[in-house]
Design a protein around this ligand. Sequence first.
Ligand code: FAD
Length: 413
Amino acid sequence: MKENYNTIVIGGGASGMIAAVTAAEHGESVLLLEKADRLGRKISASGNGRCNMMNTGVTRYFGATEFANEVIRNCSIDDMTAFFRRYGLIVTEEQDGRVYPVTMQSVSVLNALQHAMKMNHVDILLRTVVTRIRKEGSGFICTTEDEKKYKAQRMIICAGGAAQKRLGGSTDGYRYLQAMGHRLEPLSPSLVPVITDSKSISGLSGIRVRCRVSLIDKKEILHQEEGEVLFTDYGLSGICVMQCSRFIDRKGLHMELDLLSSVFSSPDKAYEEMLTRRETFAQYSPVLLLEGILVPKLAYAVLKQAGIPLRGETTGSISDNNLQSIVKTAYHYKADVIGTRTLDDAQVTAGGISCDEFFPQTMESRITKELFAAGEVLNVDGDCGGFNLMFAFASGMIAGGFRKNEPYLPEEQ
Ligand SMILES: Cc1cc2nc3c(=O)[nH]c(=O)nc-3n(C[C@H](O)[C@H](O)[C@H](O)COP(=O)(O)OP(=O)(O)OC[C@H]3O[C@@H](n4cnc5c(N)ncnc54)[C@H](O)[C@@H]3O)c2cc1C
């Protein structure tokens, strides 16, 4: 292993590997340092092992939204697709613009990146924790845990975010960049399950239901999604719930599950159905009002939340008012939000190093020349659907020098 390189990349995840390859494609000698014993652990885990790597739809970024959009304009899906195609990986677009490897296996993405590094002679050091980065003259010195020193003219920080320590999540990247004068926006978990009051989820753990879910502050809807909700022993999970988690920033919020609008065209139609059922099942338990529409445990939970006495009652004895109340509750099944699970359960970190001090055309620091950053270490997080990997790949390619030989594009206002 040499001690002097044109470029050192810290972090062997999505952004780091693609940055290393892109720099090497431009003729640079590149060293990639990774603290784990293998590369790309989050890529392997992504999309349930299928790796939802990009999205062709309208971008959905939070934090430094405009910066993220500019990065995607500077390195488009076509540019990234062409990159992967060069190294043998073919991608396919599925529902909602989600782009996957055609094999539907994340290992194919990882293999393509590893193969690309080999073909471009990127030096890789695994099990190597960078402890310090120092600017010296026109370059950088990078010190590792075992006190080895590596020098480079260019340094690219791709150490990722703080989410999921077991998959490499760390705060190291923030630390290095803060030490170079960069500002950290507060961190919080995003795309994470939600903890709710225990009453509304009691006995429901393991149940999945397709519905509309709303995050609500008093009467104001803060965010709304549709999809499959999973009840757990601590609260609610599922992609649509996790997409709401980004907006949980205060106490006193609640979630409402609309369990019926995918079944009935309007609450009036649902009420008509209740009237018919009251007659048909007059002698039987009130749970028959909802059975066959909802799974039995959820039907019980709705009746309970609607305040319907269940013991000794029959469907026939339910008043019109109570029928109205059942319909209303099934359209607005309420769970009080206690908080979210921690960063260790989150798919991505909200917050990170401020993007104000980076150029979106190059990912170079506006504070320190030849210092670059890419990926989740920056204050950008996206929705489910491939947006996070897409930002990691695009910003990584740009940091590696994708637009290096082109004139500067003006920043969009
Ligand atoms: C379970 C799960 C599923 C996901 N699914 C999707 C999905 O389907 N689609 C999507 O778009 N996004 C998905 N994401 C998010 C996406 O994986 C990340 O946003 C993306 O991998 C970030 O890339 P990165 O290169 O910035 O960071 P990472 O991929 O986290 O890479 C950072 C690397 O830096 C290394 N490192 C950290 N500190 C040091 C140090 N001091 N010295 C040396 N190395 C260091 C880490 O070990 C790690 O390998 C998922 C995330 C998780 C956790």
